[in-house]
Ligand binder design. Structure first.
Ligand SMILES: Nc1ncnc2c1ncn2[C@@H]1O[C@H](COP(=O)(O)OP(=O)(O)OP(=O)(O)O)[C@@H](O)[C@H]1O
Length: 602
Protein backbone atom coordinates (compact mmCIF):
# COMPACT_ATOMS: atom_id res chain seq x y z
CA UNK A 1 0.00 0.00 0.00
CA UNK A 2 1.02 3.59 -0.71
CA UNK A 3 3.24 4.90 2.04
CA UNK A 4 4.23 1.55 3.60
CA UNK A 5 7.63 1.64 1.92
CA UNK A 6 8.25 5.24 3.02
CA UNK A 7 7.15 4.47 6.57
CA UNK A 8 9.38 1.41 6.84
CA UNK A 9 12.27 3.27 5.17
CA UNK A 10 11.95 6.14 7.65
CA UNK A 11 12.09 3.69 10.56
CA UNK A 12 15.13 1.95 9.20
CA UNK A 13 16.88 5.28 8.64
CA UNK A 14 15.95 6.52 12.11
CA UNK A 15 17.75 3.61 13.84
CA UNK A 16 18.92 0.38 12.25
CA UNK A 17 19.90 -1.18 15.58
CA UNK A 18 16.59 -0.51 17.30
CA UNK A 19 14.64 -1.65 14.24
CA UNK A 20 16.58 -4.92 14.05
CA UNK A 21 16.26 -5.68 17.79
CA UNK A 22 12.58 -4.85 17.65
CA UNK A 23 11.97 -7.21 14.70
CA UNK A 24 13.87 -10.15 16.21
CA UNK A 25 12.30 -9.89 19.67
CA UNK A 26 8.76 -9.43 18.36
CA UNK A 27 8.99 -12.53 16.19
CA UNK A 28 10.59 -14.52 19.00
CA UNK A 29 7.87 -13.68 21.46
CA UNK A 30 5.19 -14.69 18.94
CA UNK A 31 6.02 -18.37 19.15
CA UNK A 32 5.99 -18.59 22.94
CA UNK A 33 2.20 -19.13 23.32
CA UNK A 34 2.25 -22.03 20.82
CA UNK A 35 5.15 -23.57 22.74
CA UNK A 36 3.29 -23.14 26.04
CA UNK A 37 0.13 -24.78 24.64
CA UNK A 38 2.12 -27.80 23.46
CA UNK A 39 3.99 -28.11 26.76
CA UNK A 40 0.66 -28.01 28.60
CA UNK A 41 -0.71 -30.75 26.35
CA UNK A 42 2.37 -32.91 27.01
CA UNK A 43 2.15 -32.46 30.77
CA UNK A 44 -1.59 -33.19 30.87
CA UNK A 45 -1.16 -36.31 28.73
CA UNK A 46 1.72 -37.51 30.92
CA UNK A 47 -0.28 -36.91 34.07
CA UNK A 48 -3.48 -38.57 32.80
CA UNK A 49 -1.60 -41.62 31.43
CA UNK A 50 -0.35 -42.26 34.99
CA UNK A 51 3.07 -43.71 34.08
CA UNK A 52 5.11 -40.50 33.93
CA UNK A 53 8.31 -40.19 35.95
CA UNK A 54 8.86 -37.16 38.17
CA UNK A 55 11.99 -36.29 36.16
CA UNK A 56 9.99 -36.17 32.88
CA UNK A 57 7.25 -33.96 34.35
CA UNK A 58 9.87 -31.76 36.03
CA UNK A 59 11.80 -31.28 32.78
CA UNK A 60 8.72 -30.10 30.91
CA UNK A 61 7.68 -27.95 33.86
CA UNK A 62 11.06 -26.20 33.90
CA UNK A 63 10.84 -25.51 30.13
CA UNK A 64 7.28 -24.27 30.73
CA UNK A 65 8.51 -21.96 33.50
CA UNK A 66 11.30 -20.60 31.29
CA UNK A 67 8.80 -19.99 28.45
CA UNK A 68 6.55 -18.19 30.94
CA UNK A 69 9.49 -16.09 32.09
CA UNK A 70 10.34 -15.15 28.51
CA UNK A 71 6.77 -14.23 27.67
CA UNK A 72 6.61 -12.20 30.87
CA UNK A 73 9.85 -10.28 30.37
CA UNK A 74 10.25 -9.85 26.62
CA UNK A 75 7.17 -7.63 26.09
CA UNK A 76 8.64 -5.03 28.47
CA UNK A 77 11.94 -5.04 26.53
CA UNK A 78 10.02 -4.82 23.24
CA UNK A 79 7.97 -1.95 24.59
CA UNK A 80 11.11 -0.06 25.61
CA UNK A 81 12.77 -0.59 22.22
CA UNK A 82 9.56 0.41 20.49
CA UNK A 83 9.30 3.66 22.44
CA UNK A 84 12.90 4.53 21.66
CA UNK A 85 12.30 3.76 18.01
CA UNK A 86 9.18 5.90 18.02
CA UNK A 87 11.10 8.84 19.53
CA UNK A 88 13.80 8.59 16.86
CA UNK A 89 11.34 8.20 14.00
CA UNK A 90 9.29 11.12 15.35
CA UNK A 91 12.36 13.34 15.28
CA UNK A 92 13.30 12.36 11.72
CA UNK A 93 9.78 12.84 10.34
CA UNK A 94 9.26 16.15 12.14
CA UNK A 95 12.57 17.43 10.82
CA UNK A 96 11.79 16.30 7.26
CA UNK A 97 8.37 17.86 7.35
CA UNK A 98 9.51 21.26 8.59
CA UNK A 99 12.45 21.18 6.20
CA UNK A 100 9.90 20.75 3.42
CA UNK A 101 7.66 23.52 4.81
CA UNK A 102 10.65 25.85 5.16
CA UNK A 103 11.61 25.02 1.58
CA UNK A 104 8.56 26.77 0.13
CA UNK A 105 9.86 29.93 -1.43
CA UNK A 106 6.76 32.06 -1.09
CA UNK A 107 3.79 32.62 1.20
CA UNK A 108 0.87 31.27 -0.83
CA UNK A 109 0.95 27.77 0.68
CA UNK A 110 0.66 29.15 4.20
CA UNK A 111 -2.42 31.12 3.19
CA UNK A 112 -4.17 28.04 1.82
CA UNK A 113 -6.52 26.55 4.48
CA UNK A 114 -6.28 23.07 2.94
CA UNK A 115 -2.52 23.17 3.17
CA UNK A 116 -2.67 24.45 6.77
CA UNK A 117 -4.98 21.54 7.67
CA UNK A 118 -2.62 19.16 5.95
CA UNK A 119 0.35 20.44 7.96
CA UNK A 120 -1.59 20.01 11.19
CA UNK A 121 -2.63 16.47 10.29
CA UNK A 122 0.91 15.63 9.21
CA UNK A 123 2.28 17.05 12.45
CA UNK A 124 -0.19 15.05 14.52
CA UNK A 125 0.14 11.76 12.70
CA UNK A 126 3.25 11.89 10.53
CA UNK A 127 5.68 11.07 13.32
CA UNK A 128 3.59 8.23 14.70
CA UNK A 129 2.89 6.51 11.37
CA UNK A 130 6.22 4.74 10.77
CA UNK A 131 6.12 3.39 14.35
CA UNK A 132 2.53 2.22 13.93
CA UNK A 133 3.26 0.65 10.54
CA UNK A 134 6.36 -1.19 11.75
CA UNK A 135 4.60 -2.38 14.87
CA UNK A 136 1.55 -3.40 12.88
CA UNK A 137 3.54 -5.23 10.21
CA UNK A 138 5.53 -7.07 12.85
CA UNK A 139 2.55 -7.70 15.00
CA UNK A 140 0.72 -9.07 11.93
CA UNK A 141 3.70 -11.27 11.20
CA UNK A 142 3.95 -12.52 14.76
CA UNK A 143 0.19 -13.03 15.02
CA UNK A 144 0.24 -14.89 11.71
CA UNK A 145 3.04 -17.09 13.01
CA UNK A 146 1.10 -17.69 16.20
CA UNK A 147 -2.09 -18.46 14.27
CA UNK A 148 -0.25 -20.78 11.88
CA UNK A 149 1.26 -22.69 14.81
CA UNK A 150 -2.18 -23.16 16.40
CA UNK A 151 -3.89 -23.95 13.08
CA UNK A 152 -1.31 -26.63 12.39
CA UNK A 153 -2.09 -28.08 15.81
CA UNK A 154 -5.83 -28.07 15.05
CA UNK A 155 -5.30 -29.88 11.71
CA UNK A 156 -3.92 -32.80 13.68
CA UNK A 157 -7.26 -33.12 15.49
CA UNK A 158 -9.73 -32.43 12.63
CA UNK A 159 -9.04 -31.14 9.13
CA UNK A 160 -12.11 -28.87 9.03
CA UNK A 161 -11.36 -27.25 12.40
CA UNK A 162 -8.75 -24.65 11.28
CA UNK A 163 -10.95 -23.56 8.34
CA UNK A 164 -13.92 -22.98 10.60
CA UNK A 165 -11.84 -20.94 13.03
CA UNK A 166 -10.29 -18.93 10.18
CA UNK A 167 -13.69 -18.20 8.62
CA UNK A 168 -14.80 -16.71 11.90
CA UNK A 169 -12.16 -13.99 11.50
CA UNK A 170 -13.35 -12.84 8.06
CA UNK A 171 -16.24 -10.56 9.15
CA UNK A 172 -13.88 -8.86 11.60
CA UNK A 173 -11.38 -8.16 8.83
CA UNK A 174 -13.93 -6.55 6.51
CA UNK A 175 -15.62 -4.63 9.33
CA UNK A 176 -12.44 -3.17 10.82
CA UNK A 177 -11.04 -2.01 7.47
CA UNK A 178 -14.32 -0.30 6.64
CA UNK A 179 -14.26 1.40 10.06
CA UNK A 180 -10.64 2.54 9.56
CA UNK A 181 -11.56 4.20 6.27
CA UNK A 182 -14.47 6.02 7.88
CA UNK A 183 -12.28 7.13 10.79
CA UNK A 184 -9.58 8.59 8.53
CA UNK A 185 -12.16 10.37 6.36
CA UNK A 186 -13.84 11.82 9.45
CA UNK A 187 -10.54 13.08 10.81
CA UNK A 188 -9.90 14.96 7.57
CA UNK A 189 -13.44 16.31 7.51
CA UNK A 190 -13.15 17.55 11.09
CA UNK A 191 -9.78 19.24 10.55
CA UNK A 192 -11.25 22.73 9.98
CA UNK A 193 -13.64 22.25 12.93
CA UNK A 194 -10.75 21.42 15.24
CA UNK A 195 -8.76 24.35 13.88
CA UNK A 196 -11.64 26.73 14.54
CA UNK A 197 -12.04 25.42 18.07
CA UNK A 198 -8.32 25.88 18.61
CA UNK A 199 -8.58 29.43 17.30
CA UNK A 200 -11.32 30.35 19.79
CA UNK A 201 -9.64 28.61 22.71
CA UNK A 202 -6.31 30.31 21.94
CA UNK A 203 -8.12 33.63 21.72
CA UNK A 204 -9.69 33.11 25.14
CA UNK A 205 -6.29 32.67 26.77
CA UNK A 206 -4.35 35.18 24.69
CA UNK A 207 -3.08 38.10 26.70
CA UNK A 208 -3.40 40.48 23.74
CA UNK A 209 -6.98 39.46 23.07
CA UNK A 210 -7.86 39.57 26.78
CA UNK A 211 -8.11 43.39 26.74
CA UNK A 212 -10.69 43.56 23.97
CA UNK A 213 -12.57 40.51 25.20
CA UNK A 214 -13.10 42.15 28.57
CA UNK A 215 -13.74 45.58 27.16
CA UNK A 216 -16.37 44.41 24.67
CA UNK A 217 -17.69 41.68 26.98
CA UNK A 218 -17.41 39.05 24.27
CA UNK A 219 -15.96 36.24 26.42
CA UNK A 220 -19.16 34.20 26.61
CA UNK A 221 -19.88 34.78 22.90
CA UNK A 222 -16.45 33.40 21.98
CA UNK A 223 -16.86 30.55 24.47
CA UNK A 224 -20.17 29.61 22.86
CA UNK A 225 -18.57 29.60 19.44
CA UNK A 226 -15.76 27.43 20.76
CA UNK A 227 -18.20 25.01 22.38
CA UNK A 228 -20.25 24.87 19.17
CA UNK A 229 -17.19 23.57 17.34
CA UNK A 230 -16.57 21.00 20.06
CA UNK A 231 -20.25 19.93 19.98
CA UNK A 232 -20.04 19.43 16.24
CA UNK A 233 -16.85 17.44 16.68
CA UNK A 234 -18.37 15.34 19.46
CA UNK A 235 -21.56 14.73 17.47
CA UNK A 236 -19.68 13.43 14.44
CA UNK A 237 -17.27 11.26 16.42
CA UNK A 238 -20.08 9.87 18.61
CA UNK A 239 -21.96 8.84 15.45
CA UNK A 240 -18.94 6.94 14.24
CA UNK A 241 -18.35 5.40 17.68
CA UNK A 242 -21.93 4.09 17.62
CA UNK A 243 -21.40 2.60 14.17
CA UNK A 244 -18.21 1.02 15.45
CA UNK A 245 -20.08 -0.47 18.40
CA UNK A 246 -22.72 -2.07 16.14
CA UNK A 247 -20.12 -3.45 13.73
CA UNK A 248 -17.86 -4.84 16.45
CA UNK A 249 -20.83 -6.26 18.35
CA UNK A 250 -22.01 -8.16 15.25
CA UNK A 251 -18.49 -9.38 14.54
CA UNK A 252 -18.10 -10.49 18.18
CA UNK A 253 -21.33 -12.55 18.05
CA UNK A 254 -20.22 -14.36 14.87
CA UNK A 255 -16.75 -15.06 16.27
CA UNK A 256 -18.08 -16.29 19.62
CA UNK A 257 -20.55 -18.57 17.77
CA UNK A 258 -17.74 -20.27 15.89
CA UNK A 259 -15.60 -20.60 19.03
CA UNK A 260 -18.51 -22.03 21.04
CA UNK A 261 -19.32 -24.57 18.32
CA UNK A 262 -15.73 -25.78 18.11
CA UNK A 263 -15.51 -26.02 21.89
CA UNK A 264 -18.67 -28.10 22.14
CA UNK A 265 -17.31 -30.46 19.47
CA UNK A 266 -13.99 -30.84 21.36
CA UNK A 267 -15.69 -31.58 24.71
CA UNK A 268 -17.98 -34.16 23.10
CA UNK A 269 -15.01 -35.73 21.29
CA UNK A 270 -13.02 -35.95 24.56
CA UNK A 271 -16.05 -37.44 26.38
CA UNK A 272 -16.37 -40.00 23.57
CA UNK A 273 -12.68 -40.87 23.93
CA UNK A 274 -11.86 -39.66 20.40
CA UNK A 275 -9.27 -37.19 21.74
CA UNK A 276 -7.27 -37.07 24.99
CA UNK A 277 -7.63 -34.51 27.80
CA UNK A 278 -4.32 -33.00 26.63
CA UNK A 279 -5.83 -32.67 23.14
CA UNK A 280 -8.84 -30.91 24.64
CA UNK A 281 -6.56 -28.43 26.40
CA UNK A 282 -4.72 -27.89 23.10
CA UNK A 283 -7.99 -27.27 21.24
CA UNK A 284 -9.13 -24.74 23.84
CA UNK A 285 -5.75 -22.94 23.73
CA UNK A 286 -5.69 -23.10 19.90
CA UNK A 287 -9.17 -21.69 19.37
CA UNK A 288 -8.47 -18.85 21.78
CA UNK A 289 -5.00 -18.36 20.29
CA UNK A 290 -6.15 -18.32 16.65
CA UNK A 291 -9.03 -15.99 17.36
CA UNK A 292 -6.86 -13.62 19.37
CA UNK A 293 -4.20 -13.71 16.65
CA UNK A 294 -6.74 -13.21 13.84
CA UNK A 295 -8.33 -10.33 15.71
CA UNK A 296 -4.84 -8.92 16.27
CA UNK A 297 -4.09 -9.14 12.55
CA UNK A 298 -7.39 -7.48 11.72
CA UNK A 299 -6.90 -4.69 14.24
CA UNK A 300 -3.30 -4.14 13.08
CA UNK A 301 -4.42 -4.04 9.47
CA UNK A 302 -7.10 -1.55 10.32
CA UNK A 303 -4.80 0.60 12.45
CA UNK A 304 -2.05 0.74 9.88
CA UNK A 305 -4.59 1.32 7.11
CA UNK A 306 -6.03 4.32 8.93
CA UNK A 307 -2.58 5.59 9.87
CA UNK A 308 -1.43 5.26 6.28
CA UNK A 309 -4.44 7.22 5.05
CA UNK A 310 -3.39 10.01 7.43
CA UNK A 311 0.26 9.57 6.49
CA UNK A 312 -0.74 10.69 2.99
CA UNK A 313 -0.87 14.26 4.30
CA UNK A 314 2.70 14.01 5.49
CA UNK A 315 3.79 12.55 2.15
CA UNK A 316 1.92 15.30 0.26
CA UNK A 317 3.94 17.88 2.17
CA UNK A 318 7.39 16.31 1.89
CA UNK A 319 6.83 15.49 -1.75
CA UNK A 320 5.07 18.66 -2.80
CA UNK A 321 6.43 20.68 -5.65
CA UNK A 322 7.90 24.05 -4.90
CA UNK A 323 5.29 26.81 -4.72
CA UNK A 324 7.30 29.21 -6.88
CA UNK A 325 9.54 27.92 -9.64
CA UNK A 326 13.22 28.18 -8.76
CA UNK A 327 15.64 27.94 -11.69
CA UNK A 328 17.93 24.93 -11.54
CA UNK A 329 20.77 27.13 -12.70
CA UNK A 330 19.96 30.55 -11.26
CA UNK A 331 21.67 33.73 -12.38
CA UNK A 332 23.94 34.91 -9.50
CA UNK A 333 22.46 37.96 -7.80
CA UNK A 334 24.96 40.76 -8.34
CA UNK A 335 25.04 43.86 -6.12
CA UNK A 336 22.44 46.30 -7.40
CA UNK A 337 24.11 48.74 -9.77
CA UNK A 338 21.41 50.29 -11.93
CA UNK A 339 17.80 49.85 -10.91
CA UNK A 340 14.92 47.63 -9.90
CA UNK A 341 12.16 47.89 -12.44
CA UNK A 342 8.48 46.98 -12.15
CA UNK A 343 7.39 46.31 -15.72
CA UNK A 344 3.64 46.12 -16.25
CA UNK A 345 3.11 44.02 -13.11
CA UNK A 346 -0.30 42.39 -12.65
CA UNK A 347 -0.98 40.42 -9.51
CA UNK A 348 -3.88 38.81 -7.62
CA UNK A 349 -3.63 36.50 -4.63
CA UNK A 350 -5.44 33.73 -6.48
CA UNK A 351 -7.69 33.40 -9.51
CA UNK A 352 -10.63 33.81 -7.11
CA UNK A 353 -9.36 37.15 -5.82
CA UNK A 354 -9.64 40.50 -7.58
CA UNK A 355 -6.53 42.07 -9.10
CA UNK A 356 -4.46 43.78 -6.41
CA UNK A 357 -1.91 45.29 -8.79
CA UNK A 358 -3.00 46.23 -12.28
CA UNK A 359 -0.22 47.03 -14.70
CA UNK A 360 2.20 48.68 -12.28
CA UNK A 361 5.32 50.13 -13.94
CA UNK A 362 8.06 52.24 -12.35
CA UNK A 363 11.76 52.03 -11.44
CA UNK A 364 13.72 52.31 -8.22
CA UNK A 365 17.06 53.79 -9.23
CA UNK A 366 20.19 52.55 -7.49
CA UNK A 367 21.09 54.68 -4.47
CA UNK A 368 17.73 56.43 -4.45
CA UNK A 369 15.00 56.46 -1.83
CA UNK A 370 11.51 55.72 -3.08
CA UNK A 371 8.46 56.61 -1.02
CA UNK A 372 5.34 54.49 -1.58
CA UNK A 373 2.07 56.06 -0.51
CA UNK A 374 -1.62 55.44 -1.03
CA UNK A 375 -4.88 54.72 0.73
CA UNK A 376 -5.50 51.54 2.78
CA UNK A 377 -5.70 48.52 0.51
CA UNK A 378 -4.05 50.31 -2.42
CA UNK A 379 -1.54 47.46 -2.80
CA UNK A 380 1.62 48.93 -1.18
CA UNK A 381 2.51 45.95 1.04
CA UNK A 382 1.65 43.56 -1.78
CA UNK A 383 4.08 45.39 -4.01
CA UNK A 384 7.00 45.05 -1.58
CA UNK A 385 6.15 41.40 -0.94
CA UNK A 386 6.50 40.84 -4.69
CA UNK A 387 9.79 42.71 -4.55
CA UNK A 388 11.08 40.17 -1.99
CA UNK A 389 9.63 37.39 -4.20
CA UNK A 390 7.10 36.12 -1.71
CA UNK A 391 4.85 35.76 -4.78
CA UNK A 392 5.38 36.03 -8.52
CA UNK A 393 3.47 38.50 -10.69
CA UNK A 394 0.83 36.83 -12.84
CA UNK A 395 1.75 39.08 -15.74
CA UNK A 396 4.71 41.37 -16.28
CA UNK A 397 8.01 41.18 -14.41
CA UNK A 398 10.18 42.71 -11.73
CA UNK A 399 13.76 43.19 -12.90
CA UNK A 400 16.89 43.43 -10.75
CA UNK A 401 19.43 45.24 -12.89
CA UNK A 402 17.58 43.92 -15.92
CA UNK A 403 17.27 40.29 -14.67
CA UNK A 404 13.79 38.92 -13.95
CA UNK A 405 13.50 37.97 -10.24
CA UNK A 406 12.17 34.59 -11.41
CA UNK A 407 15.65 33.79 -12.75
CA UNK A 408 17.38 34.47 -9.44
CA UNK A 409 17.81 32.23 -6.43
CA UNK A 410 15.27 33.66 -3.94
CA UNK A 411 17.53 32.95 -0.94
CA UNK A 412 20.37 34.86 -2.58
CA UNK A 413 18.05 37.71 -3.52
CA UNK A 414 16.83 37.99 0.06
CA UNK A 415 20.42 38.15 1.30
CA UNK A 416 20.64 41.44 -0.57
CA UNK A 417 17.52 42.86 1.10
CA UNK A 418 16.90 44.27 4.56
CA UNK A 419 13.22 44.66 5.41
CA UNK A 420 10.79 45.56 8.15
CA UNK A 421 7.19 44.67 7.46
CA UNK A 422 4.09 46.25 8.85
CA UNK A 423 3.25 42.98 10.63
CA UNK A 424 6.76 42.41 11.96
CA UNK A 425 7.40 39.55 14.37
CA UNK A 426 7.86 39.69 18.13
CA UNK A 427 9.90 36.62 19.03
CA UNK A 428 9.60 35.10 22.52
CA UNK A 429 13.39 35.11 22.78
CA UNK A 430 15.97 37.37 24.41
CA UNK A 431 16.43 40.97 23.25
CA UNK A 432 19.78 40.00 21.76
CA UNK A 433 18.24 37.10 19.85
CA UNK A 434 15.38 39.30 18.64
CA UNK A 435 17.94 41.54 16.95
CA UNK A 436 20.42 38.77 16.08
CA UNK A 437 17.87 36.93 13.95
CA UNK A 438 18.36 39.71 11.40
CA UNK A 439 21.74 38.26 10.51
CA UNK A 440 22.66 34.89 12.02
CA UNK A 441 26.30 35.39 11.03
CA UNK A 442 26.49 38.21 13.57
CA UNK A 443 23.94 36.95 16.07
CA UNK A 444 26.60 36.63 18.80
CA UNK A 445 28.40 39.88 18.04
CA UNK A 446 27.24 42.10 20.92
CA UNK A 447 28.95 45.24 19.57
CA UNK A 448 27.17 45.00 16.23
CA UNK A 449 23.89 44.21 17.93
CA UNK A 450 24.25 47.22 20.24
CA UNK A 451 25.11 49.44 17.27
CA UNK A 452 22.03 48.24 15.35
CA UNK A 453 19.89 48.79 18.45
CA UNK A 454 21.33 52.28 18.93
CA UNK A 455 20.55 53.09 15.32
CA UNK A 456 16.95 52.06 15.85
CA UNK A 457 16.70 53.95 19.16
CA UNK A 458 16.47 50.69 21.12
CA UNK A 459 19.82 50.54 22.95
CA UNK A 460 18.63 52.72 25.84
CA UNK A 461 15.59 50.71 26.88
CA UNK A 462 17.19 47.33 26.16
CA UNK A 463 20.22 48.17 28.36
CA UNK A 464 17.85 49.18 31.13
CA UNK A 465 16.03 45.80 31.11
CA UNK A 466 16.70 43.54 34.17
CA UNK A 467 19.23 41.43 32.27
CA UNK A 468 20.03 43.90 29.56
CA UNK A 469 20.38 42.26 26.17
CA UNK A 470 19.94 38.83 27.73
CA UNK A 471 16.48 39.64 29.04
CA UNK A 472 13.87 37.19 27.83
CA UNK A 473 11.12 39.12 26.08
CA UNK A 474 8.25 36.80 26.79
CA UNK A 475 5.28 36.17 29.01
CA UNK A 476 5.13 32.58 27.81
CA UNK A 477 8.49 31.36 29.00
CA UNK A 478 10.72 31.68 32.04
CA UNK A 479 14.39 32.48 32.49
CA UNK A 480 15.61 29.12 33.80
CA UNK A 481 12.93 26.59 34.73
CA UNK A 482 9.32 27.17 35.65
CA UNK A 483 9.96 26.55 39.40
CA UNK A 484 13.10 28.57 40.07
CA UNK A 485 13.07 30.80 37.01
CA UNK A 486 11.88 34.36 36.66
CA UNK A 487 9.23 35.46 34.24
CA UNK A 488 10.36 37.27 31.11
CA UNK A 489 9.47 40.88 30.37
CA UNK A 490 7.36 42.22 27.59
CA UNK A 491 7.81 45.45 25.69
CA UNK A 492 5.50 48.18 24.48
CA UNK A 493 4.35 48.21 20.85
CA UNK A 494 6.77 50.98 19.90
CA UNK A 495 9.67 49.23 21.64
CA UNK A 496 8.96 46.01 19.75
CA UNK A 497 8.89 48.02 16.55
CA UNK A 498 12.31 49.50 17.30
CA UNK A 499 13.67 45.98 17.85
CA UNK A 500 12.27 44.96 14.45
CA UNK A 501 14.03 47.95 12.94
CA UNK A 502 17.28 47.02 14.73
CA UNK A 503 16.91 43.53 13.27
CA UNK A 504 16.82 45.02 9.77
CA UNK A 505 19.74 47.34 10.56
CA UNK A 506 21.86 44.40 11.70
CA UNK A 507 21.73 43.14 8.14
CA UNK A 508 24.12 46.00 7.48
CA UNK A 509 25.05 47.06 4.00
CA UNK A 510 22.29 45.35 2.06
CA UNK A 511 21.56 46.59 -1.45
CA UNK A 512 17.93 47.31 -0.79
CA UNK A 513 16.19 48.45 2.37
CA UNK A 514 12.41 47.94 2.50
CA UNK A 515 10.52 49.64 5.31
CA UNK A 516 6.77 49.14 5.51
CA UNK A 517 5.41 51.58 8.08
CA UNK A 518 8.54 51.43 10.27
CA UNK A 519 7.42 54.13 12.68
CA UNK A 520 3.67 53.66 12.96
CA UNK A 521 3.85 52.75 16.65
CA UNK A 522 6.47 55.26 17.73
CA UNK A 523 6.00 58.39 19.83
CA UNK A 524 6.65 61.69 18.10
CA UNK A 525 10.17 62.15 19.44
CA UNK A 526 11.13 58.56 18.72
CA UNK A 527 9.66 58.84 15.26
CA UNK A 528 11.74 61.95 14.58
CA UNK A 529 14.89 60.20 15.83
CA UNK A 530 14.13 57.02 13.91
CA UNK A 531 13.53 58.91 10.70
CA UNK A 532 16.72 60.89 11.18
CA UNK A 533 18.55 57.58 11.70
CA UNK A 534 16.78 56.15 8.69
CA UNK A 535 17.80 59.05 6.50
CA UNK A 536 21.42 58.51 7.52
CA UNK A 537 21.13 54.77 7.08
CA UNK A 538 19.47 55.18 3.70
CA UNK A 539 22.01 57.70 2.47
CA UNK A 540 23.34 56.53 -0.88
CA UNK A 541 21.44 53.24 -0.42
CA UNK A 542 18.48 52.02 -2.44
CA UNK A 543 15.39 52.02 -0.28
CA UNK A 544 11.63 51.74 -0.39
CA UNK A 545 9.71 53.38 2.41
CA UNK A 546 5.96 52.97 2.89
CA UNK A 547 4.28 55.35 5.26
CA UNK A 548 0.91 56.94 5.81
CA UNK A 549 2.69 59.80 7.59
CA UNK A 550 3.50 61.80 4.54
CA UNK A 551 5.92 64.06 6.46
CA UNK A 552 8.14 60.98 6.85
CA UNK A 553 8.36 60.26 3.13
CA UNK A 554 8.26 63.74 1.65
CA UNK A 555 12.03 63.95 1.27
CA UNK A 556 12.26 60.65 -0.68
CA UNK A 557 13.91 61.06 -4.09
CA UNK A 558 10.76 59.89 -5.78
CA UNK A 559 7.23 59.22 -4.57
CA UNK A 560 4.93 56.61 -6.08
CA UNK A 561 1.25 57.04 -5.30
CA UNK A 562 -0.70 53.80 -5.63
CA UNK A 563 -4.46 53.90 -6.00
CA UNK A 564 -6.58 50.81 -6.56
CA UNK A 565 -3.54 48.80 -7.67
CA UNK A 566 -2.32 51.30 -10.29
CA UNK A 567 0.34 53.98 -10.17
CA UNK A 568 -1.78 57.11 -9.95
CA UNK A 569 1.06 59.64 -9.55
CA UNK A 570 4.83 59.64 -9.64
CA UNK A 571 7.31 62.41 -8.85
CA UNK A 572 9.00 64.37 -6.09
CA UNK A 573 7.08 65.93 -3.21
CA UNK A 574 7.21 69.34 -4.86
CA UNK A 575 6.09 68.00 -8.24
CA UNK A 576 3.19 66.08 -6.73
CA UNK A 577 1.96 68.90 -4.53
CA UNK A 578 2.06 71.16 -7.59
CA UNK A 579 -0.06 68.60 -9.53
CA UNK A 580 -2.83 69.00 -6.98
CA UNK A 581 -3.85 65.35 -7.29
CA UNK A 582 -4.35 62.54 -4.77
CA UNK A 583 -0.99 63.05 -3.03
CA UNK A 584 -1.57 66.78 -2.70
CA UNK A 585 -5.02 66.12 -1.22
CA UNK A 586 -3.69 63.55 1.27
CA UNK A 587 -0.82 65.82 2.25
CA UNK A 588 -3.07 68.83 2.62
CA UNK A 589 -5.56 66.98 4.83
CA UNK A 590 -2.76 65.68 7.08
CA UNK A 591 -1.17 69.13 7.30
CA UNK A 592 -4.59 70.63 8.02
CA UNK A 593 -5.01 68.21 10.92
CA UNK A 594 -1.70 69.29 12.43
CA UNK A 595 -2.44 72.98 11.83
CA UNK A 596 -5.82 72.72 13.51
CA UNK A 597 -4.30 70.94 16.49
CA UNK A 598 -1.65 73.65 16.81
CA UNK A 599 -4.25 76.43 16.53
CA UNK A 600 -6.47 74.78 19.14
CA UNK A 601 -3.50 74.32 21.43
CA UNK A 602 -2.45 77.95 21.18
N1 LIG B 1 -2.72 37.32 1.66
C1 LIG B 1 -3.73 37.92 1.03
N2 LIG B 1 -4.68 37.20 0.42
C2 LIG B 1 -5.70 37.79 -0.23
N3 LIG B 1 -5.84 39.11 -0.35
C3 LIG B 1 -4.93 39.90 0.24
C4 LIG B 1 -3.83 39.34 0.96
N4 LIG B 1 -3.07 40.37 1.43
C5 LIG B 1 -3.68 41.50 1.01
N5 LIG B 1 -4.78 41.22 0.29
C6 LIG B 1 -5.67 42.19 -0.35
O1 LIG B 1 -4.90 42.95 -1.26
C7 LIG B 1 -5.28 44.32 -1.22
C8 LIG B 1 -4.04 45.19 -1.00
O2 LIG B 1 -3.50 44.91 0.28
P1 LIG B 1 -2.15 45.57 0.77
O3 LIG B 1 -1.85 45.01 2.11
O4 LIG B 1 -1.14 45.42 -0.27
O5 LIG B 1 -2.58 47.10 0.87
P2 LIG B 1 -1.78 48.31 1.48
O6 LIG B 1 -1.77 49.37 0.45
O7 LIG B 1 -0.47 47.89 2.02
O8 LIG B 1 -2.78 48.72 2.64
P3 LIG B 1 -2.49 49.41 4.08
O9 LIG B 1 -2.18 50.82 3.82
O10 LIG B 1 -3.79 49.26 4.77
O11 LIG B 1 -1.38 48.67 4.71
C9 LIG B 1 -6.31 44.44 -0.12
O12 LIG B 1 -7.57 44.52 -0.75
C10 LIG B 1 -6.22 43.16 0.67
O13 LIG B 1 -7.46 42.72 1.10
Amino acid sequence: MRGVREALGLTWRASRIHTSVFVVLTLAVALVPVLVAWLMKLILDLLTQGNATVAEVLRISVVLAVAGLISGVLPQVIQYVHKELERRVGLVTLDRMFEAADGFVGLARFEDPVFVDRIRMAQQHGGATPGVVVTSVLSMLSNSLKALGFLASLVLLAVWLPFAVLASALPALVGEIWLAQRRAALQWKLGPVERRELFFSALLTNVQAAKEIRLFGIGSYLRDRMSAQRRRFNGETAKLDRTQLYVQFGVGVVTAGFAGGALVWAVLAAAGGKITVGDLSLVVASIAGVQAAALGVVRDLAASHKQLLLFRHYLEIVRSETDLPVPTDPVPVPPLRKAIEFRDVWFRYSPNHPWTLRGVSFSIEHGRALGLVGRNGAGKTTLVKLLCRMYDPERGAILWDGVDLRNLDPAELRLRIGAVFQDYMNYDLTAEENIGLGDLDHAGDRDRIKAAAANAGADGFVSALPRGYETLLSRLFFHGDAVNGTAGVTLSGGQWQRLALARAYLRGQRDLLVLDEPSSGLDAEAEYLVHRGLREHRMGRTSVLISHRLGAVRDADVLVVLDGGVVAELGTHDQLTAQNGLYAQMFASQAEGYRRTLTEAS
